[in-house]
Design a protein around this ligand. Structure first.
Ligand code: ADP
Ligand code: MG
Length: 342
């Protein structure tokens, strides 16, 4: 065989393998785009677990008509321009791959209007070279991305889709995490036309606790101790359950680094240590924790789906979290006054 450059669609489909695993991964990319665009409300419509339809509508900044084509191209992003920007990344996206990848494995329509435009425009990519067609549309300021028939042209992937219920379950879990990461954004999630979740924007404490309770359960809120620690630009805040609120599964363990959801063994280890000996071997900590750290101290470009981050000073971060958790728990322990016999 001779060497040749792959057609754009095929190259995008190969790249899609890394980020578009299932409907929930599409939802993650699109909702993160809405958040990056400054949206304060995001409406999500799902049909048949996302295999039939995923529609995300936001009231963010929108994309101008002359950038719609670019937005659908691979390696096209408005979020970084040079390597230095990657060091100080504050947006959730930066790879410029999601829209190109998704539109290569589904029928994707991008409709958007910016505040300076009087009308909206719609774009979709077709053919081997993914030529972009643009036509006028009706839409308020903001963006709607509609993804129909996911994996219709990649049967190998389609085969791995689970039942509608399972796929929707993954989407629901994802939206819970996103709703925890941004209390200020209103999010509605519909499945097959029925509203399944409605997270209203929460600005005060009572509203925040209501959202926390809706997502993590009333028992978590009842047993939650507040965590706050600020040290040389590294801050930790959120909630952690007291030993009495420990669970028999790891279903309430949410950690965010600069508002990005992530899984991290180091953090989990530090938290567990913070409990000293008060957790039994078969018990799990429950927590919702937010770490804010100088973006240059953390590498988010470890994995295409960005599930992982790497801390430059891992030991320091570990000890910091351990200390914060340990302090928060001993604080609650000392607040509990022993009942005196009368
Ligand atoms: P990335 O998020 O890594 O930049 P994407 O392929 O997800 O790459 O998106 C490409 C570009 O399209 C973004 O950089 C952004 O400029 C624009 N975009 C995508 N979704 C939205 C949205 N919902 N609102 C406004 N702009 C968007
Ligand atoms: Mg993106």
């Amino acid at each position: 065989m001779t060497i040749q450059i792959l057609p754009a669609r095929l190259a995008n489909q190969i790249a899609a393998g890394e980020v578009v695993e299932r409907p929930a991964s599409v939802v993650k990319e699109l909702v993160e785009n809405s958040i990056d665009a400054g949206a304060t409300r995001i409406d999500i419509d799902i049909e048949k677990g996302g295999a039939k339809l995923i529609r995300i509508r936001d009231n963010g900044s929108g994309i101008s008509k002359d950038e719609l084509q670019l937005a659908l191209s691979r390696h096209a992003t408005s979020k970084i321009a040079c390597l230095d920007d990657l060091e100080s990344i504050v947006s959730l996206g930066f790879r410029g791959e999601a829209l190109a990848s998704i539109s290569s494995v589904a029928r994707l329509t991008l409709t958007s209007r910016t505040v300076t435009q009087s009308e909206a425009w719609s774009a979709y990519a077709e053919g081997r070279e993914m030529d972009v067609k643009i036509k006028p549309a009706a839409h308020p300021v903001g963006t709607t991305v509609e993804v129909v028939d996911l994996f219709f042209n990649t049967p190998a992937r389609r085969k791995f889709l689970r039942t509608e219920k399972t796929e929707f379950g993954h989407i629901d879990e994802l939206i819970k995490r996103i709703a925890l990461s941004r209390f200020d954004v209103a999010i509605t999630l519909r499945h097959n036309g029925t509203i399944v979740r409605q997270y209203r924007a929460a600005s005060n404490r009572a509203q925040q606790e209501r959202r926390l309770s809706a997502i993590c359960g009333a028992a978590f809120v009842r047993h939650a101790a507040e965590v706050t620690l600020d040290h040389h630009g590294l801050t930790l805040s959120g909630w952690i359950c007291t030993p009495e609120g420990a669970r028999n599964q790891n279903d309430v363990q949410h950690c965010f680094v600069n508002k990005r959801m992530m899984k991290d063994k180091l953090i989990n280890h530090a938290i567990r240590q913070g409990y000293e000996t008060s957790l039994k071997a078969d018990q799990f900590a429950a927590y919702v924790l937010f770490i804010e750290i100088d973006p240059s101290q953390v590498d988010v470009n470890v994995h295409p789906a960005k599930h992982e981050v790497r801390f430059q000073q891992a030991r320091l971060v570990h000890d910091f979290i351990y200390q914060a958790v340990s302090d928060a728990l001993s604080q609650v322990a000392s607040d509990v006054q022993p009942e005196l016999p009368d």
